[in-house]
Design a protein around this ligand. Structure first.
Ligand code: ITT
Length: 214
């Protein structure tokens, strides 16, 4: 087993990541801490800044930043997803989309850090924004996000279904593969998930070395 400490305030994120990483031999521990969130346009920058802000934890540390990007709103709420939901709830978003296309992408950037080395993994899931909230499972935007290929929101689908195709699943599967020293950084059946470079996995010989943060 590999011990990894996931630093997040969000119990939903922790539950999902723990379930997804367990088959990879990862024992995920939870450090419930608020990390400073950089004001940046790109989730990667926010996630990397979060990782850099973690102090006093030994071994592998995991953080992630995620967001919902609505195409017809130029990606809004995107990096502001948490703030927007906390202040406004679903109402204004549903109102804004009454006469606009509803396509959206959920994106998760996970950063695995050990000492001064870190590695970034990205997962995405495409879908649409529902006309009204539905479902009891999950957290955050789950009641209004309908993944492509389904007629139900993440909150209506069984958690195991969400964990098979979500943005978080697609990022965490890559974390699991990396820690297992496995053959790929591409999630099975993920289609849209990719490594930091957007390219396929490096050859086996070059794996196991985490890149130094810039
Ligand atoms: P951290 O402590 O990890 O930062 P957070 O909830 O503030 O937790 P983010 O800053 O990454 O997380 O903000 C992401 C927002 O998107 C937040 O409102 C989440 O509830 C929401 N979100 C992320 N993943 C989601 C998912 O799988 N389903 C529904 N909403 C999600």
């Amino acid at each position: 087993m590999v011990d990894v400490t996931f630093v997040t305030t969000n119990p939903g994120k922790f539950r999902e990541a723990r379930t997804i990483l367990r088959p990879y031999g990862v024992r995920l521990r939870w450090a419930r801490r608020t990390l400073p969130e950089l004001q940046a346009e790109d989730l990667r920058d926010v996630a990397r800044a979060k990782a850099a802000a973690v102090h006093g934890l030994r071994g592998y540390v995991l953080v992630e930043d995620s967001g919902l990007f609505v195409r017809s709103l130029q990606g809004f709420p995107g990096v502001y997803s948490a703030h927007f939901l906390k202040i406004w709830g679903f109402g204004p978003l549903l109102e804004l989309l009454r006469r606009r296309p509803r396509a959206a992408v959920f994106r998760c950037v996970a950063v695995l850090r050990k000492g001064r080395s870190s590695r970034t993994f990205v997962g995405e899931t495409a879908g649409t924004i529902a006309r009204r909230p539905a479902g009891e499972h999950g957290f955050g935007y789950d009641p209004i996000f309908v993944p492509t290929g389904f007629h139900a929101t993440f909150a209506e689908l069984p958690p195991a279904t969400k964990n098979g195709l979500s943005h978080r699943a697609r990022a965490m599967v890559q974390v699991g593969e990396y820690l297992r020293g496995g053959p790929t950084v591409r999630a099975p059946a993920a289609g849209r998930s990719r490594s930091r470079s957007g390219r396929a996995a490096p050859p086996a010989a070059s794996r196991g070395v985490m890149s130094r943060p810039a």
